[in-house]
Design a protein around this ligand. Sequence first.
Ligand code: 3PG
Ligand code: MG
Length: 399
Amino acid sequence: MTNFATIDQVDVKNKRVLLRADLNVPMKDGKVEDATRIERLAPTIAELADRGGRIVVLSHFGRPKGKPDPKESLKPLVPALQRALGNRAVHFAGDCIGPEAERPVEALKPGEILLLENTRFHKGEEANDPEFAKALAALGDLYVNDAFSAAHRAHASTEGVAHLLPAYAGRLMQAELEALGRALARPEHPVAAIVGGAKVSTKLDLLQHLLGKVDFLIIGGAMANTLLLAEGIGVGNSLAEHDMVDVAGELLRNTNTQGRVIVLPIDAVVALELKTGVATRTVAVDHVPPHQMILDIGPKTVAAIETRLRECRTLVWNGPMGAFEIEPFDRGTVAVARTVAQLTRAGKLVSIAGGGDTVAALAAAGVIGDMTYVSTAGGAFLEWLEGRTLPGVKALERP
Ligand code: 3PG
Ligand code: MG
């Protein structure tokens, strides 16, 4: 684990605390659709405010490409933030640098909270421009980064400013780093990884990194079809990456030489097309009819995965096992999720999950609360699974 300071190590009383949050949450018609990130961040804000800090919250929202765009304003998030903070008042500033930000920051009293406008309204944010970072740093006496989910971006508000002020990890950042450390850096073995999703090509680095870390690599979703092809198994009309078959074959060969076990589907739920109400059949993976496509793992595969999970102490999960957004192709993912939840509740498994689709699938299965830890991160979680250094985390490191 990286060596970073937390907010336990600083007295924030009367100080201007520049807090990098990730308020990049799904919005629809001006309302927050999923407040998870806000709720998970709120305790850090509340604690710092209760300790007498003057809290200045920074965040990006959407991808406005360096200029102001009212559609990407953070202002509509104020009510959701207030709600998550137990109805504390949150002030809003129409810019994140310059006089429009400086004046309300100076007016803040200890315990008060101010949200600044979208950092991505300035080109300097994504360019990690030193002048822009300096302008942000001028608003704080110290910097707290609580945006693990944006830590894969080397932007001014996630990276640059951390070098200009005393920098600390917030509670959510700390929780994410501790959970991820438990999953792969110092896990209890045996460790399993479940990886799903559509494409081998987008998750190749991740698969390779995991193969060096885990005892069992369980693969589902359409990416498993490409691996089945590499094993010489025809997959009918299933989604697969035919140009990745050689690479997939190499991955499978490496697995064998490293003594790892890769778990691929042995049966599948197939249909003519991906549509609600379509007729389905369950077949062995080497019996997929030519015009049918694999849309979920079958019950024998679920049982095989469960057997492996019962042998394990740690699980890291990214990606659904089938086309879970459309019934009944959610069944494999839901069944595995329920087993993971049960093993976790029984204290037999440490289970850590992350990534947008994964969290949606776990929520649909109703097991979010049963997992040991569910990351708020999408892209950052994936990059971490690839073994990459996250610039926002690195910048918090102490020599
Ligand atoms: C996310 O939602 O994954 C983070 O907030 C990062 O957003 P970005 O992909 O636009 O950088
Ligand atoms: Mg994103």
